[in-house]
Design a protein around this ligand. Structure first.
Ligand SMILES: [Zn+2]
Ligand SMILES: [Zn+2]
Length: 78
């Protein structure tokens, strides 16, 4: 049987043991208390689509800001 282990990196619960009972173990751990430093073989972890959207938006905005800064620099030199 697999057992839960406290992760020293994130303070959440990871797993130890053979790796064949991770699905049962994953279900027994409270939401948000799962250690994601190691993969959970056999467990389907739903990805939060909202966080992905936020990351994409932030990256686009950052790129636009950088582009404007370069344009301003160019104007100063001309
Ligand atoms: Zn096991
Ligand atoms: Zn961890």
């Amino acid at each position: 049987m697999c057992y839960r282990v406290e992760c020293k990196k994130c303070g959440n619960y990871g797993w130890g043991g053979c790796g064949e009972h991770t699905a049962t173990l994953y279900a027994s751990i409270d939401k948000g208390k799962h250690c994601m430093c190691r993969p959970w073989p056999g467990v389907v972890i739903p990805k939060a689509s909202t966080s992905t959207t936020t990351t994409t938006t932030t990256t686009t905005e950052a790129a636009a800001t950088t582009g404007n800064a370069i344009l301003l620099l160019l104007h100063q030199y001309i």
